[in-house]
Design a protein around this ligand. Sequence first.
Ligand code: 13P
Ligand code: SF4
Length: 369
Amino acid sequence: MNVLEAMKKNSEVIMPESYRELERAELEDRVRAIKKRMGDRLFIPCHHYQKDEVVQFADAIGDSLKLAQISAQNQVAEVIAFCGVHFMAETADILTTDQQTVMLPDMRAGCSMADMADLNQTERCWDVLQNTFGDTVLPLTYVNSTAAIKAFVGKHGGATVTSSNAKNMIQWALQKKERILFLPDQHLGRNISHELGIPLEKMAVWDPIHHTFEFDGDIRDAIIILWKGHCSVHENFRADHVHQLREKDAEINILVHPECPYETVSISDYAGSTSYIIETIENASAGSKWAIGTEMNLVQRLINQHPDKDIVSLNPYMCPCLTMNRIDLPHLVWALESIEKNETAKHQVKVPKEISGDAMLALNRMMEQ
Ligand code: 13P
Ligand code: SF4
């Protein structure tokens, strides 16, 4: 289900104004009190891109892969209040038991990239791929996709990937079939495939709006078919930013997430997932200089945690991910208080059975690798 559908389904997704009027200390006290009362019955996983005001209450903080694994392992919590975006909460719901409730503090916290591939478009693309290439294509979807897309991929023998394991998963897929449909992030697919030695000339782009391939030459030469989607945050780290910073300071290290465009990643010093970025900065020597191309809440946290290193955002005008930021302290309190009022339905993310089974196939194929 995409965010608009989730909003339609639930007319009470807008938080009462009274929560906005509470002082920060009062909001924090309320979270602490509920966490104390609920103990292990409540679990709060948090993505690294969340705001500090929320992260301080996390029971686990991680990237997409870690949060998926942690959700699958947790058999104790009755309620999982997921501080991340809608597709992550869907994944947690698929991987947890029917007795566990997964909540998203603000149902409007979607992901623009996930919404760039819907099921109708994917089925239409798949028909074209089958007619063009026959049964030679395996679908892989970035976890940043709706449960319906994960189910489609699972049904067709494919798997999910995260930015941490995309390399392994593309290798895995190419052992099974000659070609891959990689959706919805063209940049991650292109960057990782290129890292694996696949030339750009063997990568086609599928435009789901105009139903066409973007490719020079004979389309049958394509090995990787990239869905024309992107992250509206990471797309804003450009090769020009790299050149400008290097001109000012030749010693600066450029470290970017592979959701950034190929032109940026290919001239950076280091590229890798959220966990890789964090580890690289943790292991960097004091006094070293870094420009990081990823979400601003994380970059700011790294700046605060490493005062001995000189860290800036690769794009000086970057904003945090707008949808990740919808989860703030007032929404967290509103969601947690709804548990005790038996009003969790307002926040519950529930993937229908007919979708979760096939989506689970795709997730399991990833977690088994
Ligand atoms: P990872 O957590 O897999 O690095 O993904 C980054 C991201 O954009 C999450 O929305
Ligand atoms: Fe989606 Fe990009 Fe925000 Fe991640 S950072 S949630 S991919 S829009």
